[in-house]
Design a protein around this ligand. Structure first.
Ligand SMILES: [Mn+2]
Length: 257
């Protein structure tokens, strides 16, 4: 038995986005990945937009994702520590996963130190310069008032509208984010500013939907975890180094042809 000594990071599964078949295929692939990390994972960080939409009513949760949630339960029961970050698509996670899975729900950033390395972790939405309208919207959506209001809608209507929106999103239509990362990257700007006042070895985000590994300063890297509609990318920390990897990459390359 290998010891549990690795940290795994992934984000933007967007479960539920796209046609039912493609979402199930994505769920199956995630489960194959979780099976491969089950033996040596100490901690698993799922860094937001795991679900394309999520809302917990007082007594009811959305249908679906049975195999995925069962697999997460298998991991946490086996002793893997699970962190679930709120993304912009699934910011309405409350205490269901805490109670059912023993997960820790992270609302904003999480700063940790492992193996002498410092990590800054965040989904990545609403950071950096600009995007003021979104930042305002995020504050409203995260308010108790807005959550109370949404919970008053009948789920067939409230979740129905949310699912309708999500079918039109870029990721639901399997579009790859293909902009070249450059100076205009808002997360690069955020990292640069953050590093002026604090030191981190790794600043890790999702949300951008593009796997990135950018050296910011000689000791610091910005890692973006990509997504699981096109890239199946994740990061693993073995106690010494953080690496960006691709799950079932050969499949991905042949699908690209
Ligand atoms: Mn996002």
């Amino acid at each position: 038995m290998p010891s549990r000594n690795k940290l795994y990071f992934a984000s933007d599964f967007h479960l539920g986005a796209g046609a039912l078949g493609s979402s199930r295929a994505r769920e199956d692939r995630i489960i194959r990945w979780l099976d491969t990390i089950k033996a040596d994972a100490a901690e698993l960080f799922l860094m937001g937009d795991v679900f394309d939409f999520w809302f917990e009513y007082k007594t009811v949760v959305p249908k679906g994702y049975i195999r995925f949630l069962g697999k997460l339960a298998e991991l946490t029961d086996a002793g893997v520590k699970l962190y679930l970050f709120k993304g912009n698509h699934d910011m309405w996670m409350f205490d269901y996963f805490e109670k059912e899975l023993g997960a820790t729900i992270i609302s904003n950033e999480l700063k940790i130190e492992r193996g002498g390395k410092k990590f800054f972790l965040h989904h990545g939405d609403g950071l950096g310069p600009g995007d003021n309208f979104y930042k305002l919207l995020k504050n409203f959506f995260r308010s108790r008032f807005c959550q109370w209001l949404f919970a008053r809608l009948h789920p067939n209507f409230g979740v129905g509208i949310a699912n309708y929106w999500s079918t039109n999103s870029r990721i639901a239509n399997s579009k790859k984010e293909d902009h070249k990362p450059g100076e205009q990257e808002w997360l690069v700007t955020f990292c640069r500013e953050e590093l002026q006042s604090n030191f981190y070895d790794y600043l890790v985000f999702g949300h951008r939907h593009l796997p990135l590994d950018i050296q910011m300063t000689p000791g610091s890297r910005y890692i973006n975890l990509g997504e699981w509609v096109n890239f199946f990318s994740y990061a693993v920390f073995d106690g010494e180094e953080l690496k960006l990897e691709y799950f079932e990459k050969l499949d991905m390359m042949s699908a690209d042809r």
